[in-house]
Design a binder for this molecule. Sequence first.
Ligand SMILES: [Zn+2]
Length: 432
Amino acid sequence: MAQANYTSELARSLAPGLLDRFQRYVRIDTQSARDRTSSPSTPGQLELGRLLVEELLGAGLTDAAIDENGYVTATLAGSEGAEHVIGLIAHMDTSPDAPGAGVQPIVHRDYDGGMLELPRQGTRLDPETMPELLSKRGHDIVTSSGDTLLGADDKAGVAEIVTAVAYLAAHPELPRPTLRVAFTPDEEIGEGATLFDIERFGAPYAYTLDGSEIGELQDETFSADELTATIRGVDVHPGQATGKLVNALRIAARILAALPADTLTPETTSGREGFIHPYSLTGTAGAAQIRAIVRDFDDDRLREHVALFESTVREIVAQEPRARVDIEVRHQYRNMLSYISAVPHIVEAAASAFRAEGIEPVRTAIRGGTDGSRLSEMGLPTPNIFTGGHEYHSVREWASVHDMASASATIVRLAEVWTLIPPAPGEVVSAG
Ligand SMILES: [Zn+2]
């Protein structure tokens, strides 16, 4: 099997440094933790943040810094007379849904299209069930050792941005707008945008590198709410409970059983269909709590799913007059499309950069959210670009070095594309 071609000589030249960085970053445990009391939720994210500051300073981005909430920012000055300020964003944390400590990356050179057997836990990557893996014959593939996630989500994005800005910093003759870099904490627990200071960031548009398959260019995400139902029963010593005990756990179980199971679930929907997904049940006989996420691409349908959850809960609880329930609906993020479609040239600029790198852009809708979902809603339109990573949030997570290099090269192309776009009236103009 001959090594596959890179999408360009630029991508080939970026690949070794990019792989070094990626392997360095994934070894740091940056798993975030739900229900945080401070930002970032875990100290490993600060450790990676400080390393990134050092590396950005080393690359010549002299204002690189980490703030008190764990956000890393840095600036690469634009070419003489640059008129735009463009943001590049990736997240430093990894998912709490799979083991994230002690990641030992393994590079499988010149992948032959067969089964990848990882040394720990019998984890296998079967190309029969992973058509995207099968399409990477001849690529260099990175996996974990089988008992942890890899962390390509989103350290692939982080490494691609650092590699691209370091390359641009080393080649001052290449045209570029002013580039503002941000690495965020706690994206996986929905907090990546919470303490993001858009004004201080100073870019009117940005891109996240937090997608997957090469070519993905995404300007549409789910709209998302989180629901918490807290059920209170009557707890009595079981020996004296006759006619008195009201078991909150049993009520919670009846609620779960009454929610739709053949439809409106993550496992029975795809494409543009939404769902109600209970993901946590905790409690005692006295009090129980159900937590669920609700997703749809359409805000009206999202409201209908929330209403269905609420009416189901209230109906079941009403069958026991001594039980009480509180339902809390938390707004998470909204489909970014309405914000991004108002400024179509930012997605068009990315599409031009893809084509300059020899990649046909594929516009897809993300069945999930990104930092860009909330940033777009907060006033910073931020579509999403592929990273080359796959099977996120699992011990089977993998990434193609070839595709990661393509993503990094695409950022270099994107910088040039932006120097050809006239500034919009009223757009913030770079201070250089
Ligand atoms: Zn991500």
